[in-house]
Write a protein that binds this ligand. Structure first.
Ligand code: AMP
Length: 354
């Protein structure tokens, strides 16, 4: 784990900060937002310089840093530090680099990297969320005890790959990959909403917490192939007979707004999760997402927290119906850049970079 002293030392050698991220996931939004806030940007590309940015000039990074692989990237932090880079992590960045390498990567990273220890392990995530008082889908301790439809998933963000539904122990045995740690939850029936928050430890005005403020920047729902299109072919049981099994691989995101009377609940959940994170590990800083299912009793069940920018925010590069009420045109990517700018001006970079 890189120490705060080491990050402070690296930052001392910096002049103009450059915002860097891996060229994938939500990079268009991160580069676009950084540019709007007046930063230079650096795209970390694995393999070769990607061509697709040429199609989106307003989000093209000013320069590229090409590495052979994520493994290669872990050894090249000092070169990035030589370019004054501050890295903005996203799901692909962290998942492909690996939690341990990410924790030891000697480059200033936006947000609190300690959150990964609490997020990557689904058991610790449950401890955190339950202690925060948000409701989660019930956990089934042993596969033999499956007595209702359950959802089985592996640790880490895999874009939904590998997760499956089982209705009994036989189903479980048929689909499980026993070589990976998994968790079994009740299958919650309801509507899936992904809530995009931003926690600032340094802002003072707005929806205030014990320290800093919480912003709600938007919502989305994910398009998950092929489960989301299964209805066109009929009920799952008949499909299984045909050898067609649902998967949850994410292919895109759909915008949405929340029933307004549920907004206070959404904010309270975000608030509790941040307050508990402050207590447990010094706070979850910057963007995060509560992944929820709302039941017909209008209860939220949080099945996961993503403690960094999620790809669903890509819907709102030019603002969402909610972020427009904070400031028109404010994307999550831009909000990150704004936070770095604000902290830099106030001499508080070490409060938001770790
Ligand atoms: P996750 O790997 O936790 O991000 O879950 C991937 C997808 O599985 C989610 O986007 C949901 O569609 C679905 N899902 C996860 N947990 C549950 C659950 N407990 N009940 C029903 N669906 C779930």
């Amino acid at each position: 784990m890189v120490t705060a002293d080491r990050i402070a030392e690296i930052l001392e050698g910096y002049d103009e900060l450059v915002i860097a991220t891996v060229c994938s996931h939500s990079s268009l939004q991160i580069f676009h937002g950084a540019r709007v806030e007046g930063f230079r940007t650096l795209g970390i590309a694995v393999g070769e310089r990607p061509k697709f940015y040429d199609a989106f000039p307003a989000a093209r990074p000013d320069s590229f840093f090409v590495v052979d692989s994520y493994e290669d990237l872990t050894h090249r932090a000092d070169e990035l530090a030589g370019m004054n880079a501050v890295a903005v992590p996203h799901g692909s960045f962290v998942e492909y680099m690996g939690a341990n390498a990410f924790l030891g990567f000697e480059l200033p990273i936006f947000g609190n990297r300690r959150v990964i220890e609490w997020e990557a392990d689904r058991e610790k995530q449950r401890v955190w969320l339950s202690a925060a008082g948000v409701e989660m889908p019930a956990k089934i301790e042993r596969p033999e005890a499956i007595d209702r439809p359950v959802f089985v998933k592996y640790h880490g963000a895999k874009g939904g790959r590998g997760s499956f539904i089982a209705k009994n122990y036989e189903d479980f045995l048929q689909f499980v990959d026993g070589s990976q740690p998994y968790t079994i939850q009740e299958y919650v029936i309801g509507t899936r909403y992904y809530i995009h928050f931003f926690y600032s430890p340094i802002a003072e005005e707005g929806y205030t917490l014990s320290r800093g403020t919480l912003e709600l920047l938007g919502f989305d729902r994910r398009d998950e192939t092929n489960i989301d299109e299964m209805y066109k072919l009929g009920a799952q049981e008949s499909l299984k007979k045909l050898g067609i099994y649902p998967t949850f691989v994410v292919t895109g995101n759909v915008p949405m707004v929340l029933r307004e009377s549920l907004l206070p609940k959404a904010l309270e959940m975000g608030e509790r999760v941040v307050e508990k994170s402050l207590e447990l590990f010094g706070g979850m800083i910057g963007p995060f997402c509560l992944e929820t299912i709302v039941t017909d009793q209008l209860q939220f069940k949080v099945f996961e927290v993503s403690s960094r920018i999620v790809a669903g925010t890509n819907l709102y590069i030019s603002g969402s119906p909610y972020s427009d009420l904070l400031e028109p045109g404010m994307s999550t990517g831009r909000r990150i850049a704004r936070e770095i700018r604000l902290a830099s001006k106030r001499g508080r970079l070490l409060d938001i970079l770790t």
